[in-house]
Ligand binder design. Sequence first.
Ligand SMILES: C[S@@+](CC[C@H](N)C(=O)[O-])C[C@H]1O[C@@H](n2cnc3c(N)ncnc32)[C@H](O)[C@@H]1O
Length: 311
Amino acid sequence: MIIEMEQQQSMFLTPEAITREWVQPIDCRLGMAGVAEDSISLVLTDPPYFLDGMSNQWDHAKLRAKVKPGVVGGLPVGMKFDRRQGRELYDFLLPIATEWLRILKPGGFALVFSQARLAHHTAMALDDAGFEIRDMMAWRYEGQAKAFTHAHFVRRWDISESEKKKIISELQGRKTPQLKPQIEPIIMAQAPREGTFIDNWLKHRTGMIDTDNPLIMPGEFPGQVIPVPKPREKHGHMAVKPVDLLRHLIRIFSATGEETIVLDPFTGTGSTGVAAIMEKRGFMGFEINEAMADIANKRIANSIGNSDVSS
Ligand SMILES: C[S@@+](CC[C@H](N)C(=O)[O-])C[C@H]1O[C@@H](n2cnc3c(N)ncnc32)[C@H](O)[C@@H]1O
């Protein structure tokens, strides 16, 4: 499952011929049980946010059928507000984060995408599992404002036209409380170190960040806000992350070399795997949806030796 890139490239002539699987088509909770402790250098993942059917029961075909230009069940994706979503996310992530702590090397980072209104649940699951919450980053992109006016309700009320006019004018500019989405939080958690930062680095090559070589905004010290456009190519998935963003994170938070294993337990279309291979790290993934896992494995195979697959 873990690539040895040079050997791989010399064995096969074309990327299509590569048959090795990086992404196992199984529930990550089963898959991770078979991963040795202290063997993973970086967890970089974008779990289901438990919004609008995007849970561990993620059914891509069902979601696609429900979605008409960005709408799920009459409301734009991610807008159904329900306090249970955050609790379910926490309950789902806590045992998974506990497993990450077991398989991560001491000092290894877990970088976990979340949603602005659920990020505290993600952070608490990692914190309660035993991680140190070190910081929070934000993927900065341009989203679309999806807040509603309520004037159409008033128009249907059984009151006089002049009363309707008065109320509608009172509500002028007022919308439901959803800001234009422009950031996606990334919780930066760290497994406890063994000894000092230097001890830990020399033993495990984890625990310190590379500040010299960022992919995004090169020449600047890596910061919390990372501007990257949304990917154009979706690969049949609603929540694809930009490969350049993932490459940037892999560069900063893990050491180079194929012995550095990046784990994405919610692989989706394999964006993290593509990024890891491009950054010359090893990769391991799990994806519960078999068709998606297949897409991911093909994408990762195609990225070998290709330095221009960033979308
Ligand atoms: C937000 S998407 C990840 C998208 C990915 N970052 C990409 O760029 O393509 C989350 C993925 O987790 C998968 N998933 C949900 N529950 C899972 C589980 N228990 N084990 C493994 N994969 C799961 C879903 O099928 C979905 O494809």
